[in-house]
Design a protein around this ligand. Sequence first.
Ligand code: ZN
Ligand code: ZN
Length: 75
Amino acid sequence: MCKSEILRNTYVCPECKTFYCLKCSTALTDSENVCWICNTPFDESKPSKTLKEEVEGKEEKDVDIIDDSKTLNKM
Ligand SMILES: [Zn+2]
Ligand SMILES: [Zn+2]
């Protein structure tokens, strides 16, 4: 997020091509571990908020599917 600080050691988000200096990328992987712009996980070996949210979202979807099948059985 600090474009004036781009040096040799930079990280570029593969999704949105946002540049991060080493300081910012290290700070991000140590905390949220996701891109500030597109929420793409930086280091997949570390836990990230985005992955947790995706798992919770899938669980909700499974519940919806079960509800649909119950509705069909009633008909
Ligand atoms: Zn990004
Ligand atoms: Zn920076």
